[in-house]
Design a protein around this ligand. Structure first.
Ligand SMILES: [Zn+2]
Length: 512
């Protein structure tokens, strides 16, 4: 049977979320019943078709949590997992009793490795145990799913027989898990196509994909399965799950939505809720989402390089294949050392600050200095720089400021350039602010006297920067400046030089 596009048009894809079962098997994660309930409510609001709530045989607490989810959720089907053992199946069935739409999920390992070393059973015994398990499950629940654990490392002929038997018994969904994340897309697509073939005489049976990310192929394998005709996909929020995790729901769903011409599969997922659901799951499980995670990572819609920011500002399609608002996020222009003047001005404008050309020039230069010493300048810092940039154009530009010594014994050297471009230098001694003022005075020929100076190093998550606020007298005029730079000496010098008026030439001028 071929997976034709028209055929798949007719049947929407079932999204089976296993965040509360496989996702909870993420090392270090253990969810309480109220936490499971909160996530289940979010999954239902997100529009998932089936919520796998847990493995009731694991503990009485787990059974209670599954029962609580079953009682609360009404629109989505609620599923419980069981091995092909009578007590497991009965525990799952009991936990599902309050469910409006219960699904009982039984599984049996089918690969030679698992049968020999884990189950210590022959293929024949495995077949028999699976049959008994499915029969009992079907006696207790109308909607039964069977999984052939480690299907991708199972002998194809044995998997074919197992799938055919499950379909014959009346199981409505047959899952073909890539339990250990071993398959590659072409291969997995073929395995799914073979399973469809094995169940072909029961056209109502849904073949399901369940992929793990051990080789980073979970989403790709899931898409290959859809291409091959799988009508259910199993996934988790944020790709949580055993070891490297499961296929991430948000990645699979957004791939389908972004490339409808390739898959023609529809889902009932309300994608605008993806970011919020991801954040909720990260918060409750304690497993943070990496910033570069597809779709829901903090950087998924953030742009820092000047070229990309320029493109984004004229048309978001230049560097985004999906709209941030479609996943409930927003595009961010992140200011950093790679940002261009264009994005810097746009960022300020979006916050109500518009600078004249010279002011923008100075603020941008100050911003570049700051971004060199600090990976991610804060919003307050950048707005402060912009505030300094709104002063009338300065007559001088600071080229360098350095100091040695400490306390009252500082020696400061500065190099400045006049508006016309000629360089001047000066030096001063004493307490830092006074030494800077003397050095600047010598370089510029202006008479400077510090009235008040507050300078300090501030530590940030990604380094430390110096801030300075200086009030000073310049040839009888009271001036006030502020700056941020890598050192206190540089910050004080910028706070003064950046607000100096144009000055008369001095004898200290040196060749440019
Ligand atoms: Zn799994």
């Amino acid at each position: 049977m071929n997976a034709s596009t028209t055929e798949r048009h007719c049947q929407p894809l079932t999204i089976f979320d296993t965040t509360l079962r496989d996702g909870e098997q993420t090392p270090g994660v253990s969810l309480s019943a109220p936490q499971k309930l909160e996530i289940a409510a979010a999954l239902e609001a997100l529009g998932v078709d089936v919520i796998e709530a847990g493995f009731p045989a694991a503990s009485s607490g787990e059974a209670d949590a599954v029962a609580a989810v079953a009682a609360k959720v009404s629109r989505s089907a609620v599923c419980a997992l069981a091995r092909c053992h009578e007590p497991d199946i009965v525990a799952a069935s009991d936990a599902l009793r309050p469910a409006a739409r219960p699904r009982l999920h039984v599984f049996m390992a089918t690969s030679p490795l698992h049968m020999r070393h884990k189950l210590r059973m022959t293929p024949r015994q495995v077949m028999q145990r699976a049959r008994q398990g499915m029969r009992l499950a079907l006696d207790l629940c109308r909607d039964v799913q069977f999984s052939a654990e480690d299907a991708t490392r199972t002998e194809p002929a044995f998997l074919h027989d197992m799938v055919a038997m499950a379909a014959e018994l009346g199981v409505s969904t047959i899952n073909i898990p890539d339990t250990v994340g071993y398959a590659t897309p072409v291969e997995y697509g073929q395995t799914i196509a073979n399973a469809r073939q094995a169940a072909a005489s029961h056209p109502g049976v849904v073949i399901s994909a369940h992929c793990h990310d051990d080789l980073g192929l979970a989403a790709a394998n899931t898409l290959a399965a859809i291409h091959a005709g799988a009508l259910q996909v199993e996934c988790t929020i944020n790709g949580l799950g055993e070891r490297a995790g499961n296929a991430a729901l948000e990645e699979v769903v957004m791939a389908l939505r972004t490339r409808p011409e390739l898959y023609a599969a529809t889902t009932g997922i309300i994608t605008q809720r993806l970011a919020a659901t991801s954040a909720l799951v990260a918060g409750l499980t304690g497993i943070a989402v990496p910033p570069n995670k597809a779709v829901v990572g903090a950087n998924a819609f953030a742009h820092q390089s000047g070229i990309h920011q320029h493109g984004m500002l004229s048309n978001a399609g230049t560097y985004e294949v999906m709209r941030a608002e479609d996943v409930g996020a927003s595009t961010q222009i992140v200011l950093g050392k790679h940002s261009g003047r264009h994005a810097f001005a746009a960022w300020l404008e979006a916050r109500g600050t518009q600078l004249h050309e010279a002011g923008l020039e100075r603020a941008f230069a100050a911003f570049k200095r700051l971004a060199d010493s600090q990976a991610r300048p804060t919003e307050r810092q950048v707005l402060e720089l912009a505030g300094a940039g709104s002063h009338p154009p300065a007559g001088w530009q600071l080229l360098a400021a350095s100091h040695s010594g400490r306390g009252d014994q500082c020696q400061v050297e500065v190099r400045v350039a006049r508006h016309a471009g000629r360089e001047c230098q000066g030096c001063g001694r004493g307490a830092l602010a006074n030494a800077v003022a003397d050095a600047v005075a010598q370089a510029t020929g202006l008479r400077l006297r510090v009235a008040a100076c507050h300078a300090a190093m501030e530590s940030r998550g990604d380094g430390s920067v110096a801030t300075a606020h200086v009030e000073f007298d310049c040839d009888g005029a009271a001036l006030r400046g502020q700056a941020i730079a890598a050192t206190e000496c540089e910050a004080i010098a910028h706070a003064m030089v950046d607000v100096l008026p144009a000055a008369r030439p001095t004898r200290m001028e040196v060749a440019p």
